[in-house]
Every structure is written in C-alpha cells, then in structure tokens.
Design a protein around this ligand. Structure first.
Ligand code: WTA
Length: 629
C-alpha cells in the first residue's frame, strides 16, 4: 500500500522546463503550435517537407483513400540525398556523422563525406550484382557501421532493404528472407556480446538452405584469419567495395517508392512486413528528430537502439542523418564490461542527447547511483525513452542521476507509425510515466470499441484520427492485414495499446491490448513463441503470456501440455527452451515453463490467454462463460 501511495504521489508531480531548456528550444509554445498544426495538418507537414530537398515538387500533399494514404503525390526525392548530399555540399562535409564504438572501446569515425563515399561504393557494388530498383536485400548484421552503409546504399538506388535483427535464429531469418524474396543477404562472420563471439555466418548458411531467392551473400569479416567464403556466391565486403567508384547519383524516386520492409510481431504466428516509403517517412523522421530532441549542429546524439529494430531505423539512421547530426552508436550491453559503460561513453564523447529504454534504465538502477556519479555527465541536455511504458520510479532515477534538470522525452510510437507520435517536446511540462501529448500535426485520442471518445482517466484504446506522412503504407504482400489497423475501430488507426488521458490531456500508455509482448522493449507475438514451443517433439500444445517483470517490463511465461508418454524433467524443460532459441532466438525463450494438464479454451478451440494471465496474476478473469473446459 505504501508503495502504491508513493507511486501516485510521484505520478502527480509535474516538471517544468528550465530556463536553459526553454532558451534553446525550437518550439517555445507547444499549445499554440499544436493548435495551428492540427487546424491544417497538410500545411504543417508540407512546411516540414519544404525544409528538405526534392527533385520535383508534389502537386498534392495528401491523397487519402481510406485506409490508403499517399503523401507528397507527384514528387520525386531520395531519402539518402537528404541524409548525405544535402550536407556534403556544405561545411558539414567534414562534420562527424557517425562514431561507432565496439565493446572493447575501439572506435570508427565517419564524416559526412566519408559516409557518402562508402554508401556510394556500396550502391555501385549492388548495381554490379545486378540489383535494381524494387529488388529486396536482407541485412543481417550486428550493430556495426556497415549496417548503416548497407541500408543507405540500398535506398540510394531504390532497392528495398529488410534489416533482420541479428539475434534472430535461422528459421526466423529464413521466413523473413523468403517473405521478402531477397536476392542478396548482407551479413558478418560474427557479432560480439559481453565479450563472447556470436557466430552469424553459420546462421545464415542454415537459413539459406531454405531460401531459393538468394543469389549472393556478402560477408563483413571481422575475425582474422578470415572465414572461408564459397565464391562466387559468397563475397567479402571489403573486396566487394574495393574497386567501386566513390560517386553514385541518388536515384530520383517517386515519393511513394518503398524504402524498407521491417518485420514485426503481431497477433498471429507470421511476422508482418511493415512497408515504409521514401517521401513521407523522410518528412516524419526529420521533423520528429528535430523537434523532440531539439537537435542542433553542435549536439552529440547517442541512441542505444539496434538498427535491427525500428528505433534504430528512424532514430539512429534516418532521422539524425536527415538533420545532419553527429551520431554515437555503441555495440554491446549497458553493463558490459561494467555498469558504467554508457556513462563512460557520455563523458568520453560529450553526449548531449541520450535516447535509451526503460529496461536499460531499470537495469542500471539495480547497480546504484555510484556508477553514474563516477562520470562527468554535464554535457547532457535532452534525454529520451522508448519502447515500453516507463514507470515513474525509473523516470525519477534517470532524471536525478543525470543532474535533475534535463527533460526526459518519453516517446510513444510503433514500427507501423514510422516515427514518434505521442511525446513531449523539451518545453512541455513533464509528468513522470506519461508520454504526454501528440506530436505536432498528430491527432490522437482514447476511445472505446465503437470509437467514442472517453472522459478523462477512463481506460480505453489509443487511436490516431488522421493519416500522417510516416505511417506504414501496407503490410508486404498482405494488404488485408494492413486494413485491420484502420478497420478495428471506425474511422481511426488502432494502435493496439491500452491508454488513458488525464484531465490535462496527457496520455498514459499502459501496455498492449492484444497478444503482443514487450520483453526488454523487444516486440514478440505470443503466437510466434507458441509455434516455436510446439515444434518441440514432446510438446502437444502451448500457450504464452507476458508477465509483469521488475526489470525487463514483461517476461514470457509458457503453459504447455506434453504429448502422451512424456514426463516432466529439468532436462526436458531445458530442451524445450533450447528449441525456442533455435527457432526464434534468445530473446524469445520463456523464463518460466509450467506443464499443465489442460488449457482454457473457447468452444471454437481458441486458447484464452487472458484467463491464464488473470490466474497467474491472481486477478479476476472476467467473463469465462465461453470457456469450454
Ligand atoms: C510500446 C517501438 C509506452 C507500445 C518504437 C507500442 C511504448 C509498441 C512506448 C510498439 C512508450 C513504445 N510508452 N509504450 N513510450 N513506446 N511502446 O513496434 O506498446 O517495437 O505499441 O516500436 O511498443 O513496439 P515497436
């Protein structure tokens, strides 16, 4: 009870921007700017778009044919022209674009000029392999600069990239390669994690024995002596780029040309290929990076995400580069080799903007305040959080150890939304635990199933009421699945999150309304994990729930029915966990597995996960009249 009261007290606290934050900020008066922006969203977005360069202008800002959107219709552009050429033409040519740090502190630095040359070489190399506009390339790389170079090189020539997080196992990689029908896979021999070497090439080899579309594999070789490659199918990255010219014009693309496919988890076992396009995505990531993080030319911007997930796409690669930022990215974990890792990097590079996750903050909290105290963090000015709700305790801790006067941007968004939608701006008063208000040009609400707006403090569904430029355009090869987002609740986009608004219009996100789990901010579907579980020969049926967890937000708990003749043993449980790891990857392995004699099901045979979850948490399971057994 004491805890609860403390939480409530903290939640009601409001933090106002300091004079210093206010003096620096682009947006001084959020309320006024917001009102203006939603009175004329197309005017707002086209104003943002005009800050970027287009080869030919649009004739129509938005063509909205519910639920299909086209933005900047008739325009041609290329996102990489705005990420690179626009800066290289100016004094930013020799400005640092990207600083990469490895686990053991080795450093690689790319200026805008050098990044452009690398990207151009890679784009030319792609062309030489016969890749053309519209082809798909799967990028399965650890967090190294080649990942950024490969993404931009694809985009440069209109090739669609599909980045797959390097923690996914062979079957998960194969299903993504096959859905995209990728012609090329770019990978590395190994990744490094907490000092351990993680082989990646063998995972690719295993996956590709099931992927007929792949013609070539390019391998970044990090180990010496280098791994053997089977020519001509397998090509070394360095050789591949070596003889290529450092110039390659950006292809002039229709604004609606697909930029990438990024697979994400939904309510069924099959991941969804979310499609984003050059024009609108460029405008959305540019505008949000600029205003949410108040990004200026002398900032050093550190985002801890992995480009394998959407945060890396939008807020390590595209958004910051569009703004000409200096980006810091680091391989490895926040507590390796010690819990001072990130604080050390902030001091070493003079980081001013630090974008991280609630799980990482809670992990660092466990190690205590002495770690951040050891370092000079005085360069920090704006902080960010993403991926899951941040509890007020973690918010307060993060705020305090970084000096007590830096605003925390709790940014809510999704793979599907492409860019941040609900978020404070640095001058907006903050309430710990709330993502606050919609970004400029975004109309959001909390509604019931019929779409009726709910009164303050009533829990409901988070929805977006109008299209926005960086919204996904479709689900690759599955337009019906795309339509679901706009047809679940009438006349709006349903995010799948439960939320309430307080009397000030601040939004409080509570978690998912569907069968998506967020483990350490990583998005997984219960159905995906269940299908990995039943692929084990001893498992007859499985049900999976997300269970609140102190550090990682949610942990995975599985309930399984064993096949007849199987008996429970620690060895069997371990072998089932190993199976999930082999099918999906380490991040999907349940932390708890209960063997049960039966599972609650509806008469039509659907497993009622909500009943399992309520029982697990000691809550009222609600209406169970449809339960069969
Ligand atoms: C959750 C990650 C609360 C939410 C960018 C959403 C959040 C899902 C926040 C999308 C936040 C993301 N507060 N919840 N600030 N940010 N979420 O596609 O449930 O990996 O629907 O995109 O993460 O996850 P995704």
């Amino acid at each position: 009870m004491g805890d609860k009261i403390e939480t409530l007290l903290k939640e009601s606290r409001t933090y106002h921007p300091t004079a210093k934050t206010k003096a620096a900020a682009y947006i001084q008066d959020y309320e006024a700017e917001y009102k203006k922006s939603i009175a004329d969203p197309e005017g707002f977005w086209s104003g943002m778009a005009k800050q970027l360069e287009w080869f030919t202008p649009w004739h129509t800002v938005l063509e909205w044919n519910y639920p299909w959107a086209k933005w900047f219709v008739g325009a041609t552009c290329n996102i990489t022209y705005n990420c690179l050429d626009r800066h290289v033409r100016t004094w930013r040519k020799n400005k640092v674009a990207l600083i990469w740090v490895g686990e053991n502190d080795q450093e690689r630095v790319f200026t805008y000029g050098e990044l452009a040359r690398q990207v151009n070489r890679c784009a030319n190399a792609l062309k030489q392999l016969g890749l053309r506009k519209g082809d798909r390339v799967t990028i399965y790389l650890p967090k190294i600069p080649e990942q950024v170079v490969a993404m931009l090189a694809c985009a440069r020539i209109g090739v669609v990239h599909s980045v797959v997080y390097s923690g996914f196992s062979a079957p998960a990689l194969a299903s993504r390669v096959n859905d995209a029908e990728a012609r090329l896979v770019i990978t590395a021999d190994v990744g490094y994690d907490r000092g351990k070497t993680i082989p990646l090439k063998p995972v690719v080899d295993e996956a590709l024995s099931h992927c007929p579309s792949v013609e070539h594999v390019v391998v970044v070789r990090r180990q010496s002596p280098g791994w053997e490659l089977a020519a001509p199918k397998e090509i070394d990255w360095t050789d591949w780029l070596h003889s290529q010219p450092a110039a390659c014009e950006a292809e002039q693309l229709d604004a609606e040309t697909p930029l990438y496919i990024l697979y994400t988890s939904g309510t069924t076992g099959k991941p969804k290929g979310v499609v984003h396009v050059h024009g609108g995505y460029m405008v959305g990531t540019y505008a949000t990076t600029k205003y949410v993080f108040d990004l200026k030319d002398d900032d050093v911007y550190f985002c801890v995400a992995d480009p394998g997930w959407v945060t890396g796409h939008s807020y390590i690669v595209y958004g910051p580069l569009l703004n000409g930022a200096t980006i810091l990215t680091a391989e490895g974990k926040p507590d390796y080799p010690n819990p001072g890792r990130w604080w050390h990097l902030i001091e070493r590079y003079g980081v001013s903007i630090f974008y991280t996750t609630p799980t990482a903050i809670r992990l660092l909290m466990r190690y205590g305040e002495d770690w951040p105290k050891k370092f000079d963090l005085s360069t920090l000015r704006i902080l960010g959080s993403v991926g899951e709700p941040i509890n007020p305790e973690a918010w307060e801790w993060f705020h305090r150890v970084t000096g007590g006067d830096k605003p925390i941007m709790d940014t809510w968004w999704q793979t599907e939304t492409g860019a941040i939608l609900i978020t404070p701006l640095p001058t907006v008063p903050l309430k710990p635990g709330s993502a606050t208000r919609p970004f400029l040009g975004i109309e959001a609400d909390v509604v019931d199933r019929e779409g009726n707006s709910l009164p303050p403090n009533a829990g409901g569904f988070a929805v977006i009421k109008k299209p926005w430029p960086s919204m996904m355009r479709t689900i690759y090869k599955d337009p019906e699945r795309y339509k679901v987002y706009w047809n679940t609740i009438p006349n709006c986009y349903t995010a799948g999150d439960v939320c309430h608004k307080d009397a000030d219009g601040y939004m409080w996100f509570m978690g998912r309304a569907d069968d998506v789990i967020k483990v350490a901010g990583n998005r997984l579907g219960t159905a995906e994990v269940e299908s990995a579980l039943v692929s084990h020969p001893a498992v007859a049926e499985a049900a999976v729930i997300g269970k609140p967890h102190k550090t990682v937000g949610e942990s995975i708990k599985a309930f399984i029915i064993l096949k007849q003749g199987q008996t429970e043993s620690p060895e069997l449980i371990q072998s089932i966990k190993d199976q999930v790891k082999a099918e999906l990857g380490k991040i999907a392995v349940p932390s708890e597995i209960d063997i049960v004699p039966s599972l609650p099901k509806t008469r039509s045979g659907k497993i009622m996960r909500r009943v399992l979850k309520a029982k697990e948490l000691g809550q009222d399971p609600g209406d169970i009249s449809t339960i069969e057994e």
